[in-house]
Design a protein around this ligand. Structure first.
Ligand code: GDP
Length: 454
């Protein structure tokens, strides 16, 4: 990492401020060449971590901006290298000019995620924290922000390091006994190994249990919208999400596949699935759609059952009610702008919460959003991290499998060296999460998901 890299770290488009960031051994010298602090001092001779106001000029002395700059000396910076941040006016043309100056000087354009990758490779953050950076940048609601921030601070990495340390102590003890038999090392006791295995297994299982909630935090809680055709499911989805995601027509049976849309409520992110209407149907395509609706219920965590308030309940509505008994749900009685013909008391037996709305006029939608927030909110203490990505979950499962094998080996009386091999396997999987044992191609894959400038 002898190169110095630069990129714009702020989002594209005109803005109040644009930030150009550089990292590497030449960063301060490059900045010194183009940025002239007010007064006579040279930028490179000034104090780190202090913001200076001055002129940014090109190599011919043509002024490009009046702006501020700050530098951080290695190793006390985000990347662990010398870093300079130039806070200029947020014009894309200006930022392009500044970057051109730096590239002409010899600084290289940064690749996606390269600043954070350098932070990881220089030991400033572990891989779980690096992944939290991208989670934080892409967080879609407050709960996801809090979880990512806690993970960025190291809550997951710290927890895993503790588990790894316990297992490492055990493995080192085993090798000390084998390698130095005459040095009076305490004997390697299987009972001691069992105790550590139970404790580590418990902690990993606890973390794995958070995966579903963590996934929902990031991808949205899967919520299925059910109801017979023409009750207004697609209209409701569109009204809630504020965009025409689903096809709406006056003919029954239009939504034959599943339409998905994200809805951000106060407490969480919902992934809404609008399904084919549920009714007995002779038509082949619609039949497939109905089967999919039933499958969607299996995948969902929550259901919104929609009924047409301008008509009495019928057999198809009752089928919807039956389906809702398998899943936590809320009843939405739509078309409140029309004369009410539906007897709400027939829904009260199954649904704890009934909300009357009109997808057409928007009446009652805020009450529905409130009810959804209340029912699906991920109330959570964010001092403990949730596992939010499949890579981490799979590594935990791998570790758990190896620890289970180690415990089974102990039970069947297999020799300690076989047990230790399994523990070493578990250590490898745990290290994949924090980055100690991860392969280069996985590291590259993780950082390629970042934006340039991060
Ligand atoms: P789906 O088959 O359940 O998805 O129903 P749609 O959303 O396609 O709506 C069916 C019909 O009901 C369309 O003609 C909509 O315009 C109409 N509709 C939907 N919501 C309302 C509403 O709140 N009030 C009234 N009056 N009509 C509605």
């Amino acid at each position: 990492m002898n190169t110095t890299i630069a990129a714009c770290s702020t989002a594209p488009g005109a803005g109040a401020i644009g930030i150009v960031r550089m990292s590497g051994p030449e960063a301060i010298f490059a900045a010194d060449f183009f940025f002239h602090p007010k007064g006579s001092a040279r930028f490179a001779d000034l104090k780190p971590r202090t913001v200076y106001y001055g002129e940014f000029t090109d190599k011919n002395g043509q002024i490009l901006d009046l702006c501020t700059a700050v530098f951080f000396k290695a190793p006390n910076s985000y990347t662990g290298e010398d870093i300079v941040e130039i806070d200029c006016h947020g014009s894309q043309a200006l930022i392009a000019e500044i970057l051109t100056c730096l590239f002409e000087y010899g600084v290289k354009p940064a690749l996606p995620g390269e600043f954070t990758k350098r932070a990881f490779l220089n030991g400033k953050i572990d891989l779980a924290s690096a992944e939290a950076v991208i989670d934080l940048i892409t967080a879609q609601n407050a709960a996801a922000v809090k979880n990512a921030a806690s993970q960025l601070k190291g809550s997951l990495g710290d927890k895993l390091k503790r588990v790894r340390q316990e297992l490492l102590n055990l493995v080192s003890h085993f090798y000390a006994v084998v390698d130095f038999p005459d040095e009076g090392v305490d004997p390697f006791l299987i009972s001691e190994a069992t105790k550590t295995l139970i404790s580590s297994t418990k902690q990993i299982e606890q973390l794995l249990r958070t995966y579903n909630r963590g996934r929902f935090l990031k991808e949205g809680i899967p919520v299925v919208i059910l109801g017979k055709p023409n009750v207004g499911k697609s209209s409701l989805l569109n009204a809630l999400c504020g965009e025409d995601k689903a096809i709406v027509t006056p003919y029954a049976g239009t939504t034959r596949d599943i339409v998905e849309a994200k809805l951000r409520t106060t407490g969480s992110l919902l992934s809404l699935m609008d399904t084919a209407g549920i009714r007995e149907s002779g038509e082949e395509i619609e039949k497939i759609g109905i089967t999919r609706s039933k499958q969607a219920v299996e995948k969902a965590q929550f259901a919104i059952a929609v009924f047409d308030g301008s008509r009495p309940l019928d057999e198809n509505d009752r089928e919807v009610i039956d389906l809702c008994r398998q899943i936590s749900s809320i009843a939405v009685v739509n078309k409140s702008d029309l004369i009410k013909k539906l007897d709400l008391s027939q829904l009260e037996k199954t649904f704890e919460k009934i909300v009357e709305v009109s997808a057409k006029t928007g009446d009652g939608l805020s009450l529905l959003e409130e009810a959804l927030s209340e029912k699906t909110g991920l109330n959570q203490d964010f001092s403990d991290s949730l596992i939010t990505n499949i890579r981490q979950a799979e590594a935990l499962r791998g570790a758990l499998d190896r620890l289970t094998e180690a415990s089974n080996s102990i039970e069947t009386g297999i020799t300690p060296d076989a047990v230790v091999m399994d523990i070493e396997g578990a250590l490898f999987h745990l290290g994949e999460i924090t980055g100690e044992t991860v392969k280069e191609e996985i590291i590259s894959n993780i950082f390629s998901r970042f934006c340039v400038g991060k």
